[in-house]
Ligand binder design. Structure first.
Ligand code: HEM
Length: 406
């Protein structure tokens, strides 16, 4: 039976999601795409689920603004979470966005990636040695979490001993973007922004004292950035750092976690990859399409727009479902099938347009190194317990996945 027929999306709301949504949001996305592709929420905002509509939104940053002041003021009030989420480049339009993007520049270029790879391989081998010694392990906490923290820590040259706390801060600050935010979570998110700011104030002061032309890490670049009379204020600088540190690890942890889980639960696909290791790049793109770590995005209309027969006024908040666009049959035949030979063109896991993920090749490299290394090292790898899913709508990931190497 077609389960989507049973789902009525007339009252679908992101603030009141059914329990089974977190297990399989794709059933709901499909029902939305089929029954209400331009779905109006009770508060007058809209949800989009078709690939073509998302492509249009991404292509027109002037009409579909990333500025989040209107959206976040009622959620966060006059707080540090508001200051953070409205100052970072991802939630701003040009000119701030353009400057920060340029400042990051080739800190995430191919040259940086090539330089990064040997260290990443060494780190991976060290983690696999520990896993081998244990035999039983959790692939999320013992592997998928540890690689991105190290990589993003290196990119900003964060001292090794300070990296442990980054994941807690990131999870609380990004978690505050969820739709059903409780007062406790909001307060905790604000505390984490404060701790992060205090930490960065000291770090930046120290970095400024010891800045040299040799330093090409992202933090030094942002400190040194000056163009057309524009320099980042301290506040702007700190919030870009917080965003980049947060953006760079939780999402990649979830890509690594999904990759292990998807391949392990699709043994024919895993076998195909083992027999054809050159399929790794296509496999990673397909897993990104199939289980996008960032599921939802937002924009604000700056003028009246028309989608089909729906007229949407200026100043309307739009939510769009990347997870739905990535499974749109108009774009990907048989979209609910994981097929590592697919080479999924124009999937939206990294967004699109001027805000396309600046770290996409870093994330790809991390997956390309860690996934084959794990499966090659442990041919008898198996899942030994139930995966624990993160109950969040905006970010999708696995919190815990017990495994054994034998
Ligand atoms: C699998 C891992 C990742 C996924 C799925 C992902 C996804 C995304 C998405 C969807 C956006 C666009 C948001 C929007 O338009 O509203 C974005 C932006 C961004 N990401 Fe990633 N990301 C990943 C890894 C990384 C890494 C490793 C870094 C840094 C090293 C990073 C840095 C950024 C930055 C700086 C932006 C803002 C770009 C801009 O506004 O111009 N991301 N990411």
């Amino acid at each position: 039976m077609d389960k989507t027929r049973e789902i009525s999306v007339a009252d679908f709301s992101l603030t009141n999601l059914p329990d089974d949504y977190y297990e399989d949001p794709y059933l709901y996305y499909r029902a939305l795409r089929e029954q209400a592709p331009i779905h109006r929420f009770a508060d007058g905002s809209y949800l989009f689920t078709r690939h073509a509509d998302l492509a249009r939104i991404y292509r027109n940053p002037k009409v579909f603004s990333s500025d989040k002041k209107k959206m976040f003021k009622p959620l966060f009030g006059d707080t540090l979470l508001y200051e953070h989420h409205t100052t970072s480049l991802v939630f701003n339009d040009p000119p701030l966005h353009t400057h920060v993007r340029k400042a990051i520049g080739d800190a995430l270029s191919q040259k940086t990636l090539v330089a990064m790879e040997p260290g990443l391989r060494k780190l991976t081998i060290g983690l696999l040695d520990k896993i081998e010694a244990e035999g039983e392990f959790d692939v999320i906490s013992d592997y998928a979490v540890l690689v991105p923290v190290d990589v993003i820590g290196n990119l900003l040259r964060i001292p090794h001993e300070d990296r442990g706390v980054l994941q807690r801060w990131a999870s609380a600050i990004l978690g505050a973007l969820e739709f059903d935010l409780s007062k406790e979570k909001r307060d905790y998110g604000n505390r984490c922004v404060k701790e992060f700011l205090d930490y960065l104030t000291a770090l930046v002061e120290d970095r400024r004292k010891n800045l040299s032309d040799d330093h090409d890490d992202i933090l030094s670049r942002l400190i040194k950035w000056e163009a057309d009379g524009f320099v980042l204020s301290d506040k702007q600088l700190y919030h870009q750092c917080i965003f980049i540190l947060n953006a760079g690890h939780e999402t990649t942890t979830n890509l690594i976690g999904h990759s292990v889980y998807c391949l392990q639960t699709h043994p024919r696909q895993l076998q195909l990859l083992k027999e054809n290791p050159e399929l790794i790049d296509s496999a990673i793109e397909e897993i990104l399409r199939y289980e996008a770590p960032v599921q939802l995005g937002n924009r604000l209309t700056t003028e009246e727009v028309q989608f089909d027969d729906v007229t949407i006024p200026a100043e309307t908040i739009l939510t769009f479902a990347i997870g739905a666009a990535n499974r749109d049959p108009a774009m990907y035949p048989n979209p609910d099938r994981l097929d590592i030979t697919r080479h999924p063109r124009n999937h939206m896991a990294f967004g699109g347009g001027i805000h396309t993920c600046a770290g996409l090749n870093v994330a790809r490299l991390e997956a390309r190194v860690t996934i084959p290394a794990l499966f090659n090292r442990f041919p008898k790898l198996k899942i030994t317990g139930e995966p624990v899913r993160d109950k969040r709508a905006r970010f999708r990931g696995i919190l815990s996945l017990p495994m054994s190497t034998h």
